[in-house]
Design a protein around this ligand. Structure first.
Ligand code: BTN
Length: 328
């Protein structure tokens, strides 16, 4: 966050605590800045969507926070050590993954979060697009710099799926199901997905961009025809709107906890939790790979997060693909 953003954040906290009017002079005195600097910060907050009343002779009073996503709101009470130390928010980008990737190439630190209200070219797995209309959902990408070999990157997507499922349960009371590798479902319909993109040397990852998309307050009528039969949102699931900031904070907290568990050698713990939430073991499935279909019974996932399938021609290890459950 920039210095002026920090000033705006500090003013916000003071106004929140005060609950009533506070003069520009008093605000300036408490922060050791001029009244002109206070005024500039107030303008900045208003541009971000805060409604702040100004009355002659009384000063400023906070009326309401913005409706949209907002960096101050996200960081307030986040309590993460790593994730969200820096949060970047854009109205619209092509893809938060592409944005984060470019910034990681230029040295963005581990834990930086790139968020957008809309994506014009949201990317899904296997070259698909991710429907990303403005103002209703979550589209975020996190820069991670784990010291792991490239083969272990799929484990990060499983980690993110666990964190997202738990965050959704905490905030909405609905426990989603995870479909391998990382689709998030409610009653069989997809509302969230994860796309990890890595830059790596032969045996070590340089960085991983962990992109997470969650349909939060999207209405069923807004879904394009081609995805409408298979897609849903949390609002559709619980019948009311969900506070995106609250969900995002919970997601970042859980992601940090599970990510640190993973990089500190707790891969088994992550996999165990993923298997509990995914419940695919023993299911008869069909996996679509590039031009190939594999049928078999799921034996579980291995230590790298690959799916182990018991097929008529022996045990197959599947690293990527689309899974359909044929029999529950
Ligand atoms: C999937 O196909 O299931 C993965 C979808 C991932 C979408 C998210 S939205 C934020 C981030 N930016 C992107 O362009 N994609 C991911």
């Amino acid at each position: 966050m920039t210095a002026s953003n920090n000033t705006a954040g500090a003013i916000l906290e003071i106004l929140r605590g005060e609950g009533s009017y506070l003069s520009g002079e008093e605000l300036g005195r408490r922060l050791g800045i001029s009244r002109a600097a206070v005024w500039k910060a107030i303008q900045r907050l208003r541009r971000q969507g805060y409604r702040i009343e100004a009355q002659l002779g009384r000063g400023y009073r906070l009326l309401s926070p913005p409706r949209g996503l907002n960096v101050h709101e996200i960081r307030r009470g986040l309590g993460c050590k790593l994730l969200g130390r820096k949060v970047h928010l854009a109205e619209e980008v092509a893809s938060t993954n592409t944005w984060a990737f470019e910034r990681a190439l230029k040295g963005a630190e581990e834990g930086e979060v790139f968020l957008a209200e809309a994506q014009s070219g949201g990317k899904g797995r296997m070259g698909r697009r991710w429907f990303s209309p403005p103002g209703v959902n979550l589209y975020l990408s996190v820069v991670l710099r784990p010291r792991i070999p490239p083969a272990k990157v799929p484990l990060l997507t499983l980690t993110a799926a666990v964190a997202a499922a738990e965050a959704v349960e905490e905030v909405t009371g609905l426990l989603p199901e995870i479909k391998w590798p990382n689709d998030l479902l409610l009653k069989g319909k997809k509302f969230g997905g994860i796309l990890a993109e890595a830059r790596a040397e032969a045996d070590l990852v340089d960085f991983v961009i962990l992109g997470i998309g969650i349909n939060v307050n999207l209405s069923a009528e807004e879904l394009p025809d081609e995805i409408a039969p298979m897609a849903t949102s949390l609002k559709e699931g619980i019948g009311r709107e969900v506070d995106r900031v609250v969900l995002l904070r919970e997601l970042l907290k859980r992601l940090e906890r599970w990510y640190l568990t993973l990089v500190r050698g707790g891969g088994e713990e992550v996999l165990k939790r993923w298997e509990e939430l995914a419940a695919v073991r023993g299911r008869e499935v069909e996996v679509k790979l590039m031009g190939e279909r594999l049928r078999g019974v799921v034996m579980g996932v291995d230590e790298d997060g690959a799916l182990l399938l018991h097929t008529p021609s022996g045990v197959k290890r599947v690293v990527a693909g689309d899974l359909k459950v044929r029999r529950w």
